[in-house]
Design a binder for this molecule. Structure first.
Ligand SMILES: Cc1cc2nc3c(=O)[nH]c(=O)nc-3n(C[C@H](O)[C@H](O)[C@H](O)COP(=O)(O)OP(=O)(O)OC[C@H]3O[C@@H](n4cnc5c(N)ncnc54)[C@H](O)[C@@H]3O)c2cc1C
Length: 383
């Protein structure tokens, strides 16, 4: 009987892990990938969806063609994991595994902020991005507030990108002078994992465009047209775009996989959890940083991708007995779209000590083009 590998999640990390592993092990292992969604959706394109520059079908792909590559795609709700019995429980069947790769991302917890569900918009899933698109299209002047409800959240650049893209949209429509844009966050500075210098550059970009930046503001509750914070004055809004609170997926917490951070601790080099043969990649993990800027690595697709490649490679080495193990090295890159034509870009080693080794490229058309190519790669390569 061949080795059984079960991959939980068909998002960025799960798709890469399942695809890379199957391509390497071929018949030596069965690979099953489980997701509640029938489609892979590409979150870096969601801000373009909000701005009306993409349609939903341009930023999602059906997962079923992966069956043709020898990956069994199971469309089901993952309900639990029995780590001792090595079984995954789903809404459709129970699956035994020899190796488990957890790539379930983060859940949102809007109910933990009073008033969030009634009054806030966000672009953190495709349906919500489409609702925000409608709200933005109907907005012709007033006060926009963009913000972050809680740390940690995925893609630390995304809310900043949204504020900058809204600014750009209102300028193009000729209504910028009728709009005030404020930004609030509990962070001390933007992109804390990238260090204070890069954070300052983001604040400069906001301030150059007249976006008022407020740091260290912890959201308490939301009422119609008004935000309350743990400290300081309330903030009025006509349109609110707020990153929802995140938490680790419930079934993984119930299985005892999360630690005091609320997320799944893993070895930074191998992504193995404390349970032998059980790996976790991407947003669902907590990965301590060796520098003091922020206790844990940010949550980003580029990390999920790199980590999934390492897990797939090392599992293939274990299963086939060929090759040598690899270690994940903390490298990553991200775009920060500032307008319809331009993007800034940052890349390097986010886990370097004593501080991250990153290069920040100021906004240019070339990085916007690179982001478009990045999207095209994702939409074609894996399907
Ligand atoms: C607006 C936005 C812009 C972004 N831009 C960038 C960017 O430019 N660059 C970048 O690197 N990152 C970006 N990100 C972050 C990136 O999308 C995530 O970090 C990445 O998707 C994480 O991959 P993952 O595999 O950990 O989780 P995900 O990709 O979220 O995949 C998790 C999968 O698990 C499934 N799932 C969860 N629970 C269950 C369950 N119980 N049963 C069945 N299925 C389940 C979900 O349906 C989902 O498909 C962005 C995110 C957002 C929201």
């Amino acid at each position: 009987m061949s080795v059984r590998v079960v991959v939980l999640g068909g998002g960025v990390g799960g798709l890469v892990a399942a695809s890379e592993l199957k391509a390497r092990v071929k018949g030596a292992a069965s690979v099953t990938m489980i997701d509640r969604k029938k489609f892979f959706e590409f979150p870096p394109s969601f801000p373009w969806l909000v701005m009306g520059d993409r349609r939903p079908e341009q930023v999602r792909r059906a997962l079923t063609p992966l069956n043709e590559k020898g990956i069994r795609v199971l469309h089901a709700e993952i309900e639990g994991v029995d780590l001792d019995g090595k079984h995954v429980r789903t809404s459709r069947e129970s699956l035994p595994y020899d190796y488990l790769v957890i790539a379930l991302g983060a859940e949102y917890a809007p109910e933990t902020i009073p008033g969030y569900s009634e009054h806030a918009h966000h672009m953190y899933d495709l349906e919500s991005a489409l609702q925000l698109k409608e709200a933005v299209a109907a907005f012709h002047g007033g006060k926009v507030v963009v913000g972050v409800a809680r740390l940690l959240f995925k893609c630390p650049t995304a809310p900043y990108e949204m504020a900058l893209l809204l600014d750009d949209r209102f300028r193009r429509l000729g209504i910028r002078e009728k709009v005030c844009i404020d930004f609030f966050t509990p962070e001390g500075a933007p992109l804390p994992a990238a260090g204070p210098e890069n954070g300052r550059k983001v604040v400069e970009m906001l301030e150059e465009r007249g976006i008022v930046y407020q740091s260290k503001r912890k959201l308490k509750s939301i009422a119609s047209g008004s935000l309350s914070f743990e400290e300081g004055n309330p903030l009025a809004f006509d349109l609110l775009v707020c990153v929802p609170p995140h938490r680790a997926p419930g079934p993984m917490v119930e299985a005892g996989l999360a630690d005091a951070s609320g997320w799944i601790p893993v070895d930074a080099r191998t992504l193995e959890t404390g349970h032998p043969g059980v790996f976790a990649v991407g947003d669902t993990t907590s990965l301590p940083t060796p520098h003091g800027y922020t206790p844990f690595l940010s949550k980003a697709g580029v990390f999920a991708h790199g980590q999934a490649e390492v897990v797939a490679h090392n599992l293939a080495v274990r299963i086939t007995g060929r090759g040598h193990d690899k270690a994940w090295d903390g490298h990553g890159a991200c775009f920060l779209e500032v307008s319809r034509e331009k993007s800034a870009y940052m890349s390097g080693n986010f886990l370097a000590a004593p501080r991250p080794q990153l290069t920040f490229r100021t906004a240019g058309a070339i990085y916007h083009t690179q982001k478009v190519l990045f999207e095209k790669y994702w939409m074609r390569h894996w399907f």
